[in-house]
Design a protein around this ligand. Structure first.
Ligand SMILES: [Zn+2]
Ligand SMILES: [Zn+2]
Length: 497
């Protein structure tokens, strides 16, 4: 059996190269690049289930930065996945369970409903029947797959919005939407159906990094080459924003679901990816890394506000994080215009904790329709994304006003589409807030939708550099003219480009 070592034999596809190669009669697979493990061809495999279970067990038992998170108060409703004790192969049909304050472990699902999806939902008509049984076969593929994963982890419950919120009941929806922060931050694990744009598509599928080696003819012999996955790893893509993000990362609701989850497994088109407060891991092993205290991308400081001091998060940094999240959030699409502020209320709730912790537990900040009273000067300096960014965007993104009033003109929520903030590093607010008020639409979620808002400020309107830039921009886009802030800027402006 001949085996040759070759350095970087390039193939016609620049993403493929080979560090060593072997002849056809070699039964073993080549070791390529720096990847440590082989990736399964399809994420439905038993090996993938084992991988997720092993990541979860390791996190619960060994990660010092992650709480062991034994049982916690279960959400208002969960789906019992039908485990039968001591039997890994047989299950009962799932059913809706109302824990009434009981504790337990549950998984949460983050997924796209999708347009025209055949989503089975709990309504006032199906509520009693679902408490008896939810036929597995009647469920859309994504929900079936999520239940299969939960069963393989031997976790008894899963929270899925379509089944655990009574659809079509506005007060139940409002009450439960106001609990999103708890639902996702208390789940033992969140399953992220990253690559499915609709609940009919399912979570499992072929994994690009698991493609088998391709045969190539070379000097009269057949050699096998694997893709060099090393250069295809981009942690930012999995977690946040890219020009062409995965389907889940295009949706507004799922941003807070991901940011608030303490453990999340992403089923991507390439491979499985794990994220917790201690580790970022992927199935091939190339991206494995420990998350350090000051890690910027992990959002750990938002999930663990009690560590704000240790992470050197002060109010200024916390406000900056808020504005960064607003920009990511506004890049994402929402099916119902009216839901914008509700889809961000879980994060607002968590930021209230972070801001309190960042100021040493002293006082709390007022939340006014997407802005913080303590950051009004900078918070109001948002503008609609400029043409340069627009041209580099996906065509699906819309730039428009909401179909009906949902926020005051000085809030970013008064617009639909990506926004940006003036990149000021030294901004000294010279405004006094005389009166600030936003009336919540429902008593169940004081940080969600609003019916009206009012802001009276005292200050000097200064048509300085930034104000001019904003005004010039709005002239280009006449539909945006309603945005006007009363802001006074200090003379020490600093621009970053
Ligand atoms: Zn962990
Ligand atoms: Zn990987």
């Amino acid at each position: 059996m001949a085996k040759f070592h070759f350095s970087r034999l390039r193939h016609e596809l620049h993403s493929i190269f080979l560090n060593n190669w072997f002849l056809e009669d070699n039964q073993s697979l080549p070791t390529i690049g720096s990847a440590s493990y082989f990736v399964e061809e399809n994420s439905s495999s038993i090996q993938c289930h084992r991988q997720v279970k092993s990541w979860l067990e390791d996190c619960l038992e060994n990660h010092s930065s992650c709480s062991s998170q034994d049982d916690c108060a279960l959400p208002t409703r969960v789906v019992n996945v039908g485990l039968i004790s001591d039997d890994d192969l047989k299950y009962q049909q799932p059913f809706l369970f109302e824990p009434s304050g009981a504790s337990g472990r549950y998984v949460a699902l983050s997924y796209c409903w999708g347009k025209n999806a055949n989503t089975v939902t709990t309504t006032s008509e199906t509520f009693q029947a679902h408490k008896q049984c939810i036929e597995m076969d009647s469920l859309p593929k994504t929900i079936q797959d999520a239940i299969t994963i939960t069963r393989s982890l031997r976790i008894p419950y899963i929270w899925i919005d379509a089944l655990c919120i009574i659809q079509g009941d506005p007060s139940d929806w409002a009450r439960e939407a106001g609990k999103m922060c708890h639902v996702y931050s208390s789940a033992v694990l969140t399953i992220s159906a990253s690559n499915a744009s609709s609940s009919n598509e399912g979570i499992f599928g072929p994994q690009r990094f698991g493609a088998p080696p391709r045969p190539l003819s070379y000097c009269g012999n057949t050699v096998y080459v694997c893709q060099n996955v090393a250069r295809e790893h981009n942690r930012f893509e999995v977690q946040m924003r890219m020009r062409e993000p995965m389907p889940l990362n295009r949706r507004a609701w799922t941003l807070q679901e991901g940011v608030l989850s303490n453990r999340i497994v992403h089923y991507t088109s390439s491979e499985l990816v794990w994220e917790c407060n201690d580790r970022f891991l992927c199935e091939c092993g190339f991206a494995n890394m420990k998350i350090e205290m000051g890690d910027e991308i992990s959002n750990r400081s938002i999930r663990q506000p009690e560590l704000a001091r240790e992470m050197k998060i002060d109010r200024k940094i916390a406000y900056q994080k808020w504005r960064d999240l607003v920009m990511v959030f506004m890049e994402r699409q929402i099916s119902v215009d009216d839901d914008r502020l509700a889809a961000f209320s879980g994060l607002a709730r968590q930021f209230r904790r972070l801001l309190r912790a960042a100021s040493g537990g002293a006082g709390s900040d007022q939340y006014i329709a997407g802005l913080w009273a303590g950051d009004l000067a900078h918070g109001m300096l948002w503008s609609v994304e400029d043409d340069w960014f627009r041209q580099s965007r996906d065509l699906e993104i819309e730039y428009r006003r909401p179909k009906s009033w949902r926020a005051p003109s000085w809030s970013w929520a008064a617009f639909e589409g990506p926004v940006e903030y003036a990149p000021l590093t030294r901004l000294e607010s010279m405004i006094d807030v005389v009166e600030a008020e936003a009336l919540p639409r429902t008593m169940y979620d004081e940080m969600g939708q609003v019916t009206s808002a009012r802001l009276i400020l005292n200050g000097t309107y200064c048509p300085g550099t930034n104000a001019m830039r904003s005004l010039c921009y709005f002239q280009h886009h006449p539909t945006s003219k309603w945005h006007l802030g009363v802001i006074s800027l200090s003379s020490s402006l600093s621009w970053e480009y």
